[in-house]
Design a binder for this molecule. Structure first.
Ligand SMILES: *[C@@H]1O[C@H](CO)[C@@H](O)[C@H](O)[C@H]1NC(C)=O
Ligand SMILES: [Zn+2]
Length: 996
């Protein structure tokens, strides 16, 4: 159908006429004194005190984003972002020595867009002369425990893009500023390093770890985030002495601090400079003895501080003037306005990059702030929100890809996509996806994400229409509520088309499931061949899910086979008259055994007994649902952040028996539908062509009258001899070894035996039995807290509520509420076991993260043949077959004809004999709908050209210098990827002729 081309071309040309309007022109580059040139120099032989004015602006927490921005409602006034920006701006203009850092780009961008040109000009001047420095610079200050690396990279990239577009080089943050997240991941360290940051500042590390570091002057270190990437993932890291608040008695926030104003007039009876100087030097003397170099970073700010910036700056001006250059305790002090980047630069100047502490190679989890406060509850808090965020990411990637492949660039579509980018960016915030915000704020996040998904439907709809029918209109819907088995499209229509889009860069199979009212359906694939179907009864618990409005009691199921990479296949579905093909009710038989997978049920308890996997692997398994009861300690209870079970009360079984077991067998899938009691239900599922067992659990509503709440886990017990060792992932990327009751770099001492052994499981957890050389892995569909508290066990916390607040500021019990009742959560664990299951594990993880997306449409044609003739039913976006270990992490429209492309190697060094090798691929023929005419590499954050990016290099004194691996490509279109490497390119493209 050749006219599709010309039509596509016309569309593309039309939207080509887009101009980019910049409110404030960039000054000539030699006017710029931002960056390290703007730093006050450190002085040799002095203690160099870097005072860093900052304001910590949570992107939602006890109030919503907009409430914080505007400063409403009146009864909960905590400081408003709009006033902070204005006030800081005025104060910085008064005195060129003053500095300030801007951290959360979502707030900056909101403020910036509402300003007139004059204010923008003023602000820009302060950026260009180095008084304002962007630090961190992500859309939000993301959490590091429960976030996925794909979403972290996206949210950082989006914040950095706004800064680069607005301020060019002066908008590039050089320092990470992760001063509030609740523990720190090695993947985040690696991401910062790959984004070209020179260092990162942390606030919250375990109090015992901090104590140890202070006493050994190890608050500064080089951290290697990835074993595979080696020195490329090294980042200089410094930990704040306390948290990010200004030190006691030096807080100058009007209205909330007890301000001791400095009186420097010697004639005044209120003169107090000598006393204040003494206090200041005492503190600095104490702080500086914990740091590795002469440089100490002192945060001068607090939550939503600087609403009246002048109060801070007037006092700091006086302080600096008075104390700078003086001597105390035989040490001289250089005290200055500074920024995190200037601090890092100071450290680099002093050490020439060699840091005199041990190289750190593990992570900072779990985080405990005090003896009884292990912040491991938030790994699970608000599981529904945590899942919704993953769905948001899935749809964001689908939207970006379809947008790029269809070539329908326009400003409107850009803004639709941007609304989803922003909603996802906000969700990564350390009080969003963590579940540590108030209920109303959770509701606001969910509303934002939902609205953004709806906006993006316009885009996916039009993109698909162009790819399917060469038209800009058509209605491809999707069913966001399939998790509660509700879908208007499939329930209301006797005839519909399912278009399954695959965002992975390889062929996949997917089982499509849709709630339907009919009993029997004909499903035709693109060739017109009939596809095997099955009708499966819906679990009784799902029929009663709060909020469900559907009459469907069964689901239609079929397998969509070989869906092309970055492509789709359509299936034509028609209701048949006649008998239903409902799966056979096999209840009463206590096993489901297929050649490569199966299970037995214990006839007395109804609980699974044995499980079987490929290669004759049999494992004795005992799966239970249990709950912890929160501590009675009123001072340190379980809450949104903290998990603290009651002492001496062992975890309790939800029920000792499964109260109802139903077993259904069909040609495609076998399901054991279990009702444990009214708190817990589950379906154990075997898809006959899959190698995993799926545990599809439903928990809730949790009783809300229990004094200490309920924290529900499922525990998979085996007889593996694990010696206290288990493994969990770091933000869904590399695996880390965990050892029960042990920390690699300091001596752990604790009575919190459960909580101190919980780790974030963003994607998977596994145990190994060295005797049998078998590994058992469980993959999750969202982040959860997990552990192995006894050898052979894996436990994962599924859902929780607490009747008490844990006194960390959210000031609300964790009830997790929806539809006027406690949230009912449904989710899946995918279990595999065997000897060499790494590639299987990756395969499942990828398919669950970026699931093939099911679109539904009502055909314009009334029969299959007409539909087939007039619509493209199969489409492949990739022109080449990529090796199994290479993935397209990002394909995203950036500007007209310019896309962002990220390729990643997904296997770690030494993980697999054949897949852990460097691989070279060629870009030119990568995609079918466009040709790449040039590619220029950037840093991971896409805000700097790689060949122009400069970085301060740091190494730990105990690290052996390693030769850099480098590969010279013969051709600029050849890209070599080493194990775990991600490479980012800005590609210029030209549309290509589509064939049909
Ligand atoms: C950053 O912004 C500048 C100025 O707008 C632009 O010329 C440059 O291409 C951008 N850099 C990247 C890597 O996109
Ligand atoms: Zn915060």
């Amino acid at each position: 159908m050749p006219q599709i081309l010309s039509r596509l071309f016309r569309i593309i040309l039309f939207f080509n006429i887009i101009c980019f309007i910049r409110a404030v022109p960039l000054p000539f580059s030699n006017d710029l004194i931002c960056g390290y040139q703007a730093c006050n120099p450190i002085k040799e032989g002095y203690i160099n005190i870097h005072l860093v004015p900052h304001s910590h602006n949570d992107v939602g927490w006890v109030k919503t984003i907009d409430q914080y921005y505007y400063g409403v409602p009146i009864e909960k006034f905590t400081g408003a972002v709009q006033y902070i920006y204005q006030s800081v701006l005025d104060s910085l203009k008064r005195n060129k020595k003053r500095k300030f850092i801007v951290v959360e780009t979502s707030y900056f961008w909101k403020w910036w867009q509402l300003q007139n040109e004059e204010t923008q000009e003023d602000f820009s001047q302060l950026v260009y002369n180095g008084q304002i420095e962007f630090t961190g610079g992500g859309w939000s200050m993301n959490d590091e425990a429960v976030t996925h690396y794909q979403s972290i990279i996206d949210q950082m990239t989006w914040g950095l893009r706004r800064l680069n577009d607005t301020f060019g080089d002066c908008g590039h943050p050089k320092a990470g500023w992760q001063i509030d997240p609740f523990g720190h991941s090695s993947e985040m360290a690696s991401i910062f390093a790959q984004m070209g940051y020179d260092g990162v500042i942390l606030g919250r590390i375990d109090f015992q770890d901090k104590r140890h570091r202070k006493s050994t002057r190890a608050m500064d270190m080089v951290w290697r985030g990835s074993e595979s990437l080696g020195p490329k993932s090294d980042i200089f890291t410094s930990v704040l002495f306390n948290l990010y608040d200004a030190p006691d008695t030096f807080c100058y926030e009007l209205g909330s601090c007890r301000i001791i104003s400095l009186v420097d007039d010697p004639e005044s009876p209120e003169y107090n400079m000598d006393k204040r100087e003494w206090d200041f030097f005492n503190l600095m003397d104490y702080f500086s003895r914990s740091y590795t170099t002469s440089n100490v970073l002192i945060p001068m700010g607090r939550d939503f501080g600087y609403e009246n910036a002048e109060t801070w700056f007037m006092n700091m001006d006086k302080l600096i003037n008075f104390v700078n250059g003086k001597e105390f305790n035989k040490r001289k002090y250089n005290v200055m306005y500074s920024t995190p980047a200037c601090f890092i630069y100071g450290v680099h100047n002093e050490t020439k990059g060699t840091i005199n502490t041990t190289l750190k190679t593990d992570d900072f989890f779990p985080y405990a702030s005090e003896v009884n406060k292990f912040w491991t509850g938030f790994y699970t808090s608000r599981p529904q929100l945590k899942r919704f965020e993953r769905i948001g990411n899935n749809f964001l990637q689908v939207s970006k890809q379809l947008y790029a492949l269809s070539g329908i660039y326009s400003e409107q579509r850009d803004s639709d996509l941007t609304s989803l980018r922003e909603a996802m960016g906000v969700l990564q915030h350390h009080d969003a996806i963590t579940g540590t915000e108030k209920q109303v704020v959770t509701n606001d996040y969910e509303k934002r994400l939902h609205k953004a998904i709806v906006n993006c439907e316009n885009l996916t709809n039009e993109a698909l229409s162009v790819l399917v029918k060469n038209e800009m209109h058509s209605t491809f819907g999707h069913c966001l509520l399939v998790n509660i088995s509700q879908c208007d499209y499939s329930e209301e229509n006797d005839q519909f088309v399912i278009t399954v889009y695959n965002p992975l860069s390889r062929f996949v199979n997917k089982y499509v499931r849709l709630p339907v009212l009919g009993g029997s359906y004909l499903v035709l694939d693109p060739a017109g061949d009939e596809v095997l179907t099955q009708i499966m009864p819906i679990h009784a618990k799902i029929l009663k899910m709060p909020g469900r409005e559907s009459n469907a009691t069964v689901e239609l199921l079929f397998q969509a086979k070989d869906i092309p990479p970055l492509g789709f296949k359509s299936f034509y579905v028609q209701l048949l008259k006649g008998n239903a093909t409902i799966a056979e009710d096999d209840t009463g038989k206590f096993k489901a055994n297929y050649e490569h997978i199966g299970f037995d049920i214990n006839a007395t308890t109804g609980i699974l007994g044995k499980i079987y996997f490929e290669n004759h692997i049999t494992i004795d398994l005992n799966q239970t649902f249990q709950y912890y009861i929160g501590s009675n300690d009123k001072v340190s209870p379980s809450g949104a952040y903290v998990f603290r079970p009651q002492k001496n009360t062992s975890v309790t079984n939800v029920a000792n028996k499964v109260s109802l077991n139903k077993l259904f067998k069909g040609p495609l899938v076998t399901e054991l539908q279990q009702t444990v009691n009214n708190m817990a239900s589950q379906t154990v599922r075997i898809y006959h062509e899959e190698k995993f067992l799926e545990f599809d659990w439903i928990i809730g509503p949790l009783p809300n009258y229990m004094l200490n709440g309920r924290e529900v886990i499922t525990k998979y017990s085996t007889n593996f001899n694990t010696n206290g060792i288990f493994y969990t992932d770091s933000n869904g990327r590399e695996m880390l070894k965990r050892v029960r009751d042990f920390r690699p770099t300091w001596n752990l001492s604790t009575h919190e035996l459960e909580s101190s052994n919980y780790y974030p499981v963003t994607e998977r957890i596994n145990i190994k039995d060295p005797n049998q050389d078998i590994q058992l892995s469980i993959l999750t569909d969202r982040a959860q807290g997990g552990s192995s508290l006894e050898d052979g066990d894996i436990e994962l916390m599924l859902h929780r509520n607490t009747k008490l607040d844990d006194y960390l500021g959210v000031d609300e019990e964790l009830m997790d509420w929806a539809y006027n009742t406690g949230v009912v959560v449904r989710g899946s664990h995918y279990m595999i076991a065997g000897r060499n299951i790494l590639s299987l594990e990756k395969d499942i993880a990828e398919r669950k993260l970026l699931d093939a997306w099911t679109f539904i449409s009502k055909p314009d044609e009334d029969n299959f043949l007409d539909y087939q003739r007039l619509n493209r039913m199969e489409f492949n976006g990739l022109g080449v077959v990529l090796p199994q270990n290479i993935h397209i992490l990002t394909l995203e429209p950036w500007d007209n004809f310019t896309f962002l492309l990220r390729l990643e190697h997904v296997i770690a060094k030494g993980e697999d004999v054949s897949f852990s090798q460097p691989i070279t691929i060629n870009l030119s023929e990568l995609f079918t709908t466009f040709q790449i005419i040039s590619a220029r590499e950037t840093t991971l954050g896409a805000n700097k050209w790689l060949d122009e990016s400069e970085k301060l290099s740091f190494r730990s004194i105990n690290d052996q210098p390693q030769p850099e691996l480098s590969f010279n490509s013969l051709n600029e279109m050849d890209v070599t990827l080493n194990p775990m490497e991600i490479r980012t390119f800005m590609i210029r493209t030209e549309p290509r002729i589509l064939f049909m």
